[in-house]
Write a protein that binds this ligand. Structure first.
Ligand SMILES: Nc1ncnc2c1ncn2[C@@H]1O[C@H](COP(=O)(O)OP(=O)(O)OP(=O)(O)O)[C@@H](O)[C@H]1O
Length: 265
């Protein structure tokens, strides 16, 4: 690490630091596919960054690398100053499908991460119940996933991700399978949970409006091989309100993102 000039404390490394990340996949015919090229991004603690880009550009691959589920071919991937090489117990995931265990009740699904960590303490159970309350599922603790709507199942998945007090929440198009109304409800729910817990979030989406509504920063990806075209800082105040979606400032951000994506000039 570089030495700070005398009298100045070295500035601490950001929570997440990704520098010149590249990813090449070896294909069956002996050729390679370059999914990510020289991608650099920093993530501050408590920040919510959306990764916005066209389908197939490499967003999921990047998220999987940050998660430690995939290794970068080159570049640096660091969380809290440490290189990521495998999934970390402080990371949590929410995918497009809730992937609940059908034979477990709502509460049992949420408690699962605590069970595998052997942390199913009375405090852990209390936190699970508190999360159930927070996402509006009180009274459904003993129901099975098949008895819930898709939106309710996704809320259970969110509780399961947060029950062990994750530091980093990695979300891959988590609301993509929901209808517009449910998706908007989930946006407000995610933002209220984030305001309460201070969790840092990386959120993959190809919805421009979703990215703007949720994020303090939108990282607009290029087409494959993915790199970041630009960062859009969203200055809309929190707590976000649905009315903001129809304001002139929101439209300006939508236009800027569309321009960076090459949809409009
Ligand atoms: N394991 C793999 N082996 C070979 N190629 C892969 C592998 N995983 C992903 N790819 C390729 O890498 C590219 C990026 O895929 P990725 O899933 O990251 O895109 P994405 O931006 O998340 O797309 P979408 O929004 O459609 O989910 C694609 O061309 C995909 O075919």
């Amino acid at each position: 690490m570089e030495q700070a000039p005398a009298g100045l404390a070295p500035s601490p490394e950001p929570f997440g630091m990704f520098r010149d990340v590249e990813k090449r996949f070896a294909l069956g015919d002996g050729s390679h596919l370059k999914a990510i090229e020289k991608l650099s991004l920093t993530l501050e603690k408590g920040q919510l960054i959306s990764l916005l880009g066209p389908s197939g550009c490499g967003k999921t691959t990047f998220l999987r690398i940050v998660a430690g589920l995939e290794r970068a071919s080159s570049g640096e991937v660091r969380i809290e100053g440490k290189s990521v090489s495998e999934p970390h117990p402080d990371f949590a995931f929410v995918f497009q499908q809730p992937n609940l265990m059908p034979w477990r009740t709502v509460l049992e699904n949420i408690l699962f991460p605590l069970e595998i960590r052997r942390e199913k303490t009375p405090q852990g159970v209390a936190r699970a119940r508190e999360l159930v309350e927070l996402v509006g599922l009180a009274g459904f603790e003993d129901r099975y996933p098949s008895e819930l709507s898709g939106g309710m199942q996704q809320r259970v998945a969110l509780c399961r991700a947060l029950v062990h007090d994750a530091k980093l929440l990695l979300m891959d198009e988590p609301f993509g399978a929901l209808d517009e109304l449910k998706r908007m409800e989930m946006h407000d729910l995610l933002l209220s949970i984030r305001a309460r817990t201070g969790v840092t979030v990386l959120f993959v989406t190809h919805s421009i409006s979703e990215a703007i509504y949720l994020s303090d920063t939108v990282a607009v990806f290029s087409r494959r091989p993915a790199t970041i075209r630009d960062l859009i800082q969203i200055a809309l105040p929190y707590p976000r309100q649905s009315e903001q979606r129809y304001g002139a400032e929101f439209t300006r951000y939508e236009h800027e993102a569309s321009r960076l994506l090459g949809i409009v000039r």
